[in-house]
Design a protein around this ligand. Structure first.
Ligand SMILES: Cc1cc2nc3c(=O)[nH]c(=O)nc-3n(C[C@H](O)[C@H](O)[C@H](O)COP(=O)(O)OP(=O)(O)OC[C@H]3O[C@@H](n4cnc5c(N)ncnc54)[C@H](O)[C@@H]3O)c2cc1C
Length: 596
C-alpha cells in the first residue's frame, strides 16, 4: 500500500474539483484524485450555458437572478447561499473569460447570452437573456479552461484513481483511500482537508442524461461514514432527453425559440404556463409532458413528444409571442443561425436518430438529469452533519455532489455550472485556509481495512446473482415509481424492491480475479453505491407528503409549507435509512404560490 501526503486532497476533477484545486493550490499543497481523466468529467457534457446577470443584451440584475432561483427552488433553497451565488456570478464569469474561456460573442464584443427556463425579468415576468454560452459546448470550454489553468499552476493529478473511503480521526478529516485502476493497488492519501467534488448519480434511473460514471460515489462514501445525505428525494427530470436514450437536448434549443408539440401538433405548454410557455421551469415542463402522454397525446399515442426548432415554426411562434431581438427588431431566425448556435445538438440528432433538426422535429421524453440533494454543506462549503448544522472539520463538498442548498427542490438551467465555479472556488479557498491553521490528524490504524472488507465481500459472494440484473431492476423501478410523478403505493413498492435487491446484491461475485484494470470490481462497487442512493432517495420521497419542485405526488398534489418547508436529512445506519429534518434558511423572500 502506498502513502501520500498533501494538505488538501480534492476528490473529483470536474468543474467544481478543478476550480477548487486552482484556489487551494495557491495556499496549500494540493492533489486532485479523479476516477476519470479530468477532461472526461461530466461537466464537459454541459451544453446550454452558465447563468450570470451581466445584462449585456437587456436589463438584468443579481437580485432578479436571486429571486428567480428562490422561486425556482420552490422555496426549499437556502436564501443566504442563493444570494451569495447570484451576486458572485458576474465576477466569476468574467474571471473565466480572463482565463481564456472562448465565450460566444455579441456584435459589440461582449459575452453573448440566451434565455433559459425560469430566468425572468422580474418586472414583466418574461424570459430574460441571462445564460452566458460558448455555442452548445459551454461545459466543455469551462473544463478545458480550468484544466489548463491547473496544469499551469502545477496542481498534482492522480488520474484513474477511484476514491473508495474517507478517513477521519478525532472527529475531523484525515484523508482518503483510493484504488489505482491500472495496478489494483490501494493508496492512502493523508490530508488535512478533503473536498468532495464527485458529481451526481443519475445512473440510479433507467433513462438518464448522465454519464456512466455518475454513480454517486461521494454521497455513498460519506453515508457509510455516518454523514447524512440531504434532500435526496429531489432529483430533476429534464424535459428533453432523446427518446429511449435519454441523451440531453439542451434547453438552449427552446431558448433559441424551439417549441414542444404533442401528437395533435399542439403547443401544449401554452395551457400549462401561459406566460413563459416552453421556458417554464424543468419540473413544470416535465410534468406537463407526462400528463400529455398519459392523456394519450404522445406522438402516435406513444410515450414521446416533439421538440421542434425548424426555422419556419420558430418564426411563426416568435411572431405570435411578439418576441424581439435585444435591439428591438422582430425575432426571425434562419437555418444558418440554428446551425451556428446548436452544432453539437444537430450532430447528436444526425448520429443517434437520423433526424435533421433544421428540417424535422426531434422525438423527446423526460430524462433523469440532476441531483439537487447530496452531501449537506453550509454556504462556506463545510460539510455539516446534523440538524443544527454542526461542522465536520476539514471535510468540504462542492458541485453536484453537494447540497448547499442553492437549488432546493428544483434547479434552474445554467445554475449548476455557476454553482461549480462559485462554490468550487469557495471550497478551495476555505480548505487552504483550514490547512494553514491545522495539523495533520493521525491516520487511523490499518486505514484500508474498511474498504478491504467491502471488496472481499464482492470477491467472495456466492455468485448466484448477476450485477447487471440487479442494476436493470433498480433502474426500472426507480424510473417508474420514483420518477416524474409519484404515489404512495409505487414508492412503497420501490422501497421494498430496493431492499430485496440489496439482499440479492450480497450474492454477486466479481468474476475477474485480476488486479490490473479490474473495471468489473469497480463497476460492481459503484452499483453498491447506486443501491444505497436509490434506497435513501425512495425512503426520503415516501416520507415527504406534499408536492414541491421535482417531487410531485398525485396523492398530495399541493405544496405544504406549514409541515414541509424543511430539508430532509437521511442517515444510513446498520443498513437502515433514518430520517431527520432541518429548517430552510430564509432571508427576505416569503414563500408564494408559483405562478407560471
Ligand atoms: C448532459 C448534461 C448537460 C448539462 N448542461 C448544463 C448546462 O448547460 N448548464 C448547467 O448549469 N448545468 C448543466 N448540467 C449540469 C452540470 O453540468 C453538472 O451538474 C456539473 O457539470 C457537475 O460538475 P461537478 O464538478 O460537480 O462533477 P463532474 O464534472 O461530473 O466531475 C466529477 C468528478 O468526480 C470524479 N469522481 C467521481 N467519483 C469518484 C471517485 N470515487 N474517485 C475519484 N474520482 C471520482 C470524476 O472522475 C470526475 O472528475 C448538465 C448536465 C448534463 C449531464
Amino acid at each position: 500500500m502506498k502513502h501520500h501526503q498533501y494538505e488538501v486532497v480534492i476528490v473529483g476533477g470536474g468543474g467544481a474539483g478543478l476550480m477548487a484545486a486552482l484556489y487551494a493550490s495557491k495556499g496549500a499543497s494540493t492533489a486532485v484524485i479523479s476516477k476519470l481523466y479530468p477532461t472526461r468529467s461530466h461537466t464537459g457534457a454541459a451544453q446550454g450555458g452558465v447563468g450570470a446577470a451581466l445584462g449585456n443584451a437587456e436589463e438584468d440584475n443579481a437580485e432578479w437572478h436571486t429571486y428567480d432561483t428562490v422561486k425556482g427552488s420552490d422555496y426549499l433553497g437556502d436564501q443566504d447561499s442563493i444570494e451569495f451565488m447570484c451576486k458572485a456570478a458576474p465576477e466569476v464569469v468574467y474571471e473565466l473569460e480572463h482565463m481564456g474561456l472562448p465565450f460566444s460573442r455579441n456584435e459589440d464584443g461582449t459575452i453573448a447570452q440566451r434565455p433559459f427556463g425560469g430566468h425572468t425579468n422580474n418586472n414583466t415576468g418574461k424570459p430574460v437573456t441571462r445564460a452566458c454560452y460558448a455555442a452548445d459546448r459551454t461545459g466543455h470550454m469551462i473544463l478545458q479552461t480550468l484544466y489548463q489553468q491547473c496544469i499551469k499552476n502545477k496542481v498534482n493529478f492522480y488520474d484513474e484513481y477511484h476514491v473508495v473511503d474517507l478517513l477521519m480521526s478525532n472527529g475531523a478529516a484525515a484523508g482518503v483511500v483510493a484504488l489505482e485502476l491500472a495496478t489494483g493497488e490501494l493508496h492512502v492519501f493523508h490530508a488535512k482537508a478533503v473536498i468532495f467534488a464527485t458529481g451526481g448519480h443519475g445512473r440510479v434511473w433507467e433513462i438518464t442524461s448522465n454519464a456512466y460514471a455518475y454513480t454517486g460515489d461521494g454521497v455513498a462514501i460519506t453515508l457509510r461514514r455516518g454523514i447524512p445525505a440531504e434532500d435526496m428525494e429531489f432529483f430533476q427530470f429534464h424535459p428533453t432527453g432523446i427518446y429511449r436514450m435519454g441523451i440531453l437536448i439542451t434547453e438552449g434549443v427552446r431558448g433559441e425559440g424551439g417549441v414542444l408539440l404533442n401528437g395533435d401538433g399542439e403547443r401544449f405548454m401554452e395551457r400549462y404556463a401561459p406566460t413563459v410557455k416552453d421556458l417554464a421551469s424543468r419540473d413544470v415542463v416535465s410534468r406537463a409532458m407526462y400528463l400529455e402522454m398519459k392523456a394519450g397525446r404522445g406522438i402516435n399515442g406513444k410515450r414521446y413528444l416533439y421538440l421542434d426548432v425548424t426555422p419556419d415554426l420558430v418564426n411563426h411562434y416568435a411572431t405570435l409571442d411578439g418576441r424581439t431581438r435585444p435591439d428591438g427588431r422582430p425575432y426571425v431566425t434562419s437555418a444558418e443561425e440554428i446551425l451556428g448556435k446548436l452544432p453539437d445538438i444537430i450532430d447528436f440528432c444526425h448520429t443517434y436518430l437520423g433526424v435533421d433538426p433544421v428540417t424535422q422535429p426531434m422525438p423527446v421524453q423526460p430524462t433523469a438529469h440532476y441531483a439537487m440533494g447530496g452531501i449537506p454543506t453550509n454556504m462556506r462549503t463545510e460539510v455539516v452533519i446534523d440538524a443544527k448544522n454542526k461542522v465536520l472539520p476539514g471535510v468540504y463538498a462542492a458541485g453536484e455532489v453537494a447540497c448547499v442548498s442553492v437549488h432546493g427542490a428544483n434547479r434552474l438551467g445554467t445554475n449548476s455550472l455557476l454553482d461549480l465555479v462559485v462554490f468550487g472556488r469557495e471550497a478551495g479557498v476555505r480548505a487552504a485556509e483550514f490547512a494553514q491553521g491545522a495539523d495533520f490528524q493521525p491516520l487511523p490504524e490499518n486505514p484500508a481495512d474498511f474498504v478491504r472488507a467491502q471488496f472481499d465481500a464482492l470477491r467472495n459472494g456466492s455468485g448466484s446473482e448477476k450485477a447487471a440484473d440487479i442494476a436493470k431492476e433498480m433502474k426500472e423501478i426507480m424510473f417508474d415509481h420514483v420518477g416524474v410523478f409519484r404515489v404512495e403505493e409505487g414508492m412503497q413498492q420501490a422501497v421494498e424492491k430496493i431492499r430485496e435487491l440489496q439482499e440479492r446484491f450480497k450474492n454477486v461475485r466479481v468474476a475477474d480475479e485480476g488486479k490490473l484494470y479490474n473495471t468489473e470490481l469497480l463497476n460492481i462497487w459503484e452499483l453498491s453505491n447506486l443501491l444505497d442512493l436509490a434506497e435513501v432517495t425512495a425512503v426520503s420521497a415516501l416520507a415527504r407528503k406534499e408536492s414541491r419542485g421535482a417531487h410531485a405526488r398525485d396523492d398530495y398534489p399541493d405544496r405544504d409549507d406549514r409541515k414541509w418547508l424543511k430539508h430532509t436529512l437521511a442517515w444510513l445506519e446498520d443498513g437502515k435509512v433514518k430520517l431527520g429534518y432541518k429548517p430552510v434558511v430564509k432571508t427576505k423572500y416569503e414563500p408564494k404560490k408559483r405562478v407560471y
